[in-house]
Design a protein around this ligand. Structure first.
Ligand SMILES: [Mg+2]
Length: 195
């Protein structure tokens, strides 16, 4: 397992101009990102929704590289999205999975079969052609640049140290200084979306 903050610091070096949907890694990603106009922190949308959102964005913006940081708890609630994504096979879609083996944002309850599910194998079986698994930071650091040069869809399963939150959600400090409306307006400007 490795720390999300370390992973994001390394990923940031190779991000280029990709549009990043940081999901449950938003707190760390916003500290590492130097291009916030190309970040889409959604806050905490409907659980499981990150993958479908980012997939739709990849279809709508085929000239942009879209990088999603999904979580295993989310993916378990929306596993069918993998088949949909694999069928459409957007070449600009990079699906990173942060697997901390628990529902960290609701107090750390274990996800089903937490230590055993091989999500990269699941993605492969669903039809992703390129899948990876990392549980060591050094291996991730040595591979991420080349992974981001491959055609998507790529799936990257990472074992991430859990950071369990126990405060009630409405008492937690605000992570993103921008509102969701501001985030959407800014990224639409950046991507020249007029609708
Ligand atoms: Mg989790």
């Amino acid at each position: 397992m490795f720390e999300a903050a370390d992973m994001f610091r390394i990923f940031a070096k190779y991000r280029g101009n990709a549009v990043v949907v940081p999901g449950r890694g938003t707190r760390h990603w916003l500290k590492a990102s130097v291009t916030p106009s190309r970040d889409i922190p959604l806050g905490d949308p409907a659980m499981g929704g990150h993958a479908s959102f980012a997939f739709g964005l990849a279809l709508a913006q085929p000239k942009e590289r879209i990088v999603l940081f999904d979580s295993e708890g989310d993916l378990l609630m929306n596993m069918g999205a993998l088949a949909t994504i694999a069928e459409a096979a957007p070449a600009n879609f990079y699906h990173f999975l942060m697997d901390n083996e628990c529902y960290a944002t609701t107090g750390g309850q274990p996800v089903p079969n937490a230590t055993n599910v091989r999500y990269a194998d699941v993605a492969k079986g669903m039809g992703y052609q390129r899948v990876y698994f990392f549980d060591q930071l050094e291996d991730f650091a040595n591979s991420v640049e080349s992974i981001l040069k491959e055609p998507g869809p790529v799936f990257v399963h990472m074992k991430i140290v859990p950071e369990i939150e126990n405060l009630p959600i409405n008492q937690r400090p605000r992570v993103n200084p921008r509102t969701l409306d501001q985030v959407i307006a800014e990224v639409k400007r950046e991507l020249k979306v007029t609708r």
